[in-house]
Design a protein around this ligand. Structure first.
Ligand SMILES: Cc1ncc(COP(=O)(O)O)c(C=O)c1O
Length: 347
């Protein structure tokens, strides 16, 4: 089976496992794990930010950022497609006691004007607008990439209005691979950034939250309160360092393969609409006479797995464990379905 359900499905490579086995370790609750300290400072330096903190998951990173930027009764601003809103079990309400204002952006990307228009007046009965969260690339937008100038303008709007600015950068390296910006460009405009290693970078576990020293010190205290203090976590950090050194350049290959799948789909008989393929996510609507379950079954018969992603919408994600030979098999499988549906339509 060729598994394109998510880029989180990758297994650590032999090289990565060897790096994990060799990592010098210590107890991170005592701040004594040299490999973890190395990862945190390496990533902070890469983004030109003061400090970093390791987390087991991207969700925990995002939730901790919300927790450390807000107080109960504050409000956060997110796009309606954001992972924070759609896929974190409403954690903002549970952990931080804040409300959320949703923006209707273009495939997850809103504007500085949208933000400005969403800031609540300072009155007793309205939550205090405190934090803006952007996501790059946008998962539910089909891997859409932000225009950096707009992100910058939003940053200026945040500064002018006393708002904090967080980036869910679970797939930021995918965006960086396709644009001219450097990680430090992002470090300059955001108050905090979460980076995932368990997606395009192919690690089994791990996310890092970046911010200034004071913010990260608070996040460290809250992480402990949430039960997220880890001991010899350098074994995981070693995989992340390996990924930074070896897997980063391969992200472009994932994008090439996703765009090739897009090219197979664009005129296929079963496709109603193909979202622009900008990174490693391929999102498409299927024609009204089909449905998700039936279409996923057709794919499965061709040895391909994908996920339903909304009404009559399918998502495929390319990743490190998907190669050109498998890409060719996907081409053949999609061709076979194309012929089948074309014949059914003609009948
Ligand atoms: C955009 C985005 N943010 C955050 C996450 C959460 O990451 P994790 O599964 O490591 O908690 C995901 C997971 O797919 C994601 O797509």
């Amino acid at each position: 089976m060729i598994d394109l359900r998510s880029d989180t499905l990758t297994k650590p490579s032999k090289g990565m496992m060897e790096a994990m086995m060799k990592a010098p370790l210590g107890d991170d609750v005592f701040k004594e794990d040299p490999t973890l300290l190395e990862l945190q400072s390496k990533l902070a330096a890469m983004f030109g930010m003061e400090a970093g903190l390791f987390f087991p998951s991207g969700v925990m990173c995002n939730q901790m950022a919300i927790k450390c930027h807000t107080n109960p009764m504050d409000e956060i601003i997110c796009d309606e497609l954001s992972h924070i809103y759609n896929a974190e079990n409403g954690g903002w309400a549970i952990h931080s006691g804040v409300s959320i204002k949703l923006l209707k952006g273009d495939r997850g990307r809103f504007t500085s004007e949208d933000v400005l228009n969403s800031i609540n007046p300072k009155v007793d009965w309205m939550p205090n607008t405190k934090l803006v969260c952007a996501e790059n690339t946008v998962n539910k937008g089909g891997g859409s990439i932000w225009n950096f100038e707009e992100l910058k303008k939003i940053g200026e709007t945040c500064s002018a209005n006393g708002l904090k600015y967080h980036l869910d950068g679970a797939r930021l390296f995918n965006a960086l691979a396709e644009t001219n910006q450097q990680p430090t460009d992002y470090g300059r405009i955001f108050d905090s950034i979460s980076i995932c290693f368990s997606k395009g970078l192919g690690c089994p576990i791990g996310s890092v939250l970046l911010g200034d020293e004071e913010f990260i010190a608070r996040a460290r205290k809250w992480r402990k309160a949430f039960g997220g203090g880890m001991r010899q976590a350098g074994i995981l950090a070693a995989a992340c360092i390996y990924a930074l050194e070896n897997n980063l350049p391969l992200i472009k290959e994932d994008h090439r393969r996703a765009k090739t799948i897009g090219a197979y789909l664009v005129n296929a008989s079963f496709v109603k609409y193909l979202y622009p393929v900008e990174s490693n996510i391929v999102l498409f609507e299927i024609i009204d006479s089909l449905n998700n379950d039936g279409f996923l079954q057709l794919l499965a018969e061709q040895g391909i797995r994908a996920v339903p992603f909304g009404k009559n919408t399918i998502r495929m994600v390319t990743h490190l464990d998907f190669d050109d030979a498998q890409l060719n098999q996907v081409k053949q499988g999609l061709n076979a379905i194309n012929e089948l549906i074309r014949e059914q339509i003609a009948e």
